[in-house]
Design a binder for this molecule. Sequence first.
Ligand code: 9WO
Length: 281
Amino acid sequence: MVTVWTVRVLTLFPEMFPGPLGVSLAGKALENGVWALETVDIRGFARDKHRSVDDTPFGGGPGMVMRPDVLEAALVAAAGDPESPERGRVLYLSPRGRVLDRELVRELAAEPRVTLLCGRYEGVDERVIEAQRLEEVSLGDFVLSGGEPAALVLIDACVRLLPGVMGNAETAGEESFERGLLEYPHYTRPALWTDGRGQTRAVPEVLLSGHHEKVDAWRLAEAERITRARRPDLWSRYAEAHQAEWDRLAARRSRRRRNGKVDGGTGDTVRSGDKSEGQVS
Ligand code: 9WO
């Protein structure tokens, strides 16, 4: 092993790690040394006899705030001085942060090491965010009871991009998301399934046809239909990226019609309208 992607997690609850990352593909990869996890117990850096890591907020208000002196000691021990070039990226999981996306996951998975600070209570003293140049990263617009579950999610997303973690069946570049689309629907046996209320449901015919080009075309059309209906934001970016290509195809079809050719299309007859996905524009 030449490179071991190493994640250091600073937390008051080290027993939460590796947690769900200790099983399945991520767990195997952890055992096999594809990635390494180091937890740092923030409480180990408390100085007073009560080992306190938090205190009441200046200005009043509910709850407690994590102390900057304790956090600085933990961060410097875990990652080094903020000026040090080999320190690597240090992230603070917080709803105030840059929203995690594929792009940031790719960046982080490409780093040799990443340090994650997990907050508890009402958060950390603002000055340690500045002094330690913490990058705030959010999973979305919701509040957790602490940063740990968010750290687990972030690590999972990174680990599955590491070479040798996933089977070659699902290499990262082949996923629908990498094309800017949501996933197409999946089906397995039995081909005819009677659900618990006695309704028999069939797998779409084309998937049983063994015609790989038709299967691919159907899956693309389904991924497009679902994306357009559920995620207009993703759909506009995708449509923008493909507009020129669609214009070329439309121009070719109208030329062929003028020349008296019958447009047989792609043989794909289920591109739209056969399933309800709410309002589409
Ligand atoms: C708690 C709280 C209670 C009363 C009034 C305001 C309050 N704010 C918070 C709060 O934001 N607590 C955070 C808990 C402090 C930092 C760690 N915690 C956290 C991280 N909650 N949610 C996240 C998180 C991280 C990444 N993506 C989504 C949510």
